[in-house]
Design a protein around this ligand. Structure first.
Ligand code: FAD
Length: 262
């Protein structure tokens, strides 16, 4: 369990950021499910619940989601389902249980850049952007590739563009982390395939995505693209699976996700 020397609940984002960056050991508290697994000593804990960042709203061209929005809110949101189908719900609905999903936040998830993250791989397929106090607005993909820097994530944006998208994952046991997760999207002629929990952070399968963006989604081409993914991406071994198993299973999950999108 972590230790907190002092806790503040700022009323504005500016105040929260100022306190966060005042001292090295000051830290943001989101849902705190992850933090409580560790033993950090936090100087000033900046708790965000008074900032009004728990929302999912339609702002015209985008759906905006506040950093303190929980997985359960994502899972039960009609607005998200109407705009993006079931991909977001599918990515979070099997994580632990409802009580847990009522606590964990999208801010804590995205900022932590977990390699195993189910939500991150789904959001990548939807061309999500993140908003940070210090770094401003940037594509999720860009944020994931950036070096760690102390910052405060306030919200994410997902463009309303009628993209078709699908999410698939594989677990050894229901409450375990995914040993592989995959998302696929098709917008006009552009196909994108992301694979996460390799176990490294989710990444785009560039060659396979290009191949399918230039060719029909026939059974044969889907098969070929699934094989290309298993060849072009690197997979690793950890306690959940070997790299060979991950590579083999990537073909299966990519194929299923592509067929769903078709
Ligand atoms: C037991 C367990 C099992 C899990 N299983 C899965 C799983 O199967 N699949 C999956 O995808 N995820 C899983 N997770 C991860 C979980 O979904 C969340 O991603 C994780 O708990 C972080 O969210 P949080 O709200 O708890 O963050 P916190 O614990 O509050 O914070 C985590 C980190 O993010 C920082 N932070 C929080 N909010 C912000 C913000 N707005 N801006 C900047 N920094 C911020 C904190 O300072 C901290 O460093 C699991 C977590 C646990 C504890």
């Amino acid at each position: 369990m972590f230790t907190v020397m002092e806790m503040v609940q700022p009323k504005t984002v500016e105040e929260a950021y100022e306190i966060l960056t005042k001292r090295k050991n000051n830290q943001v508290i989101g849902g705190s499910a992850w933090l409580r697994m560790g033993s950090k000593r936090i100087g000033t804990a900046v708790e965000l619940s008074q900032l009004g960042l728990d929302y999912i709203k339609d702002s015209g061209d985008y759906i905006e989601i506040g950093a303190m929005t929980t997985f359960r809110s994502l899972e039960t949101s009609k607005l998200l389902e109407e705009n993006f189908g079931s991909i977001i719900k599918d990515s979070v609905k099997d994580i632990i249980g409802v009580q847990f999903r009522n606590v964990v936040t999208i801010g804590g998830t995205i900022f932590s850049k977990f390699g195993f993250s189910d939500l991150i791989v789904a959001l990548l397929a939807l061309e999500c952007e993140v908003k940070l106090v210090r770094n401003g607005k940037l594509a999720l993909r860009e944020f994931l590739n950036k070096e760690y820097e102390k910052d405060l994530l306030t919200k994410i944006y997902i463009k309303k563009n009628n993209v078709k998208a699908s999410y698939k994952s594989l677990r050894n046991a229901q409450s375990d982390y995914a040993l592989l997760n995959v998302s696929v999207s098709k917008f006009e002629d552009k196909v994108k395939i992301y694979v996460g929990a390799r176990p490294q952070i989710a990444t785009l399968a560039i060659k396979a995505s290009e191949f399918l963006s230039n060719n029909e989604l026939t059974d044969e081409n889907i098969e070929k693209a699934a094989f290309m993914v298993s060849e072009e991406l690197t997979f690793g071994t950890n306690m959940r699976a070997t790299k060979e198993y991950r590579s083999l299973m990537s073909k299966v999950l990519v194929k299923r996700a592509l067929m769903e999108v078709r």
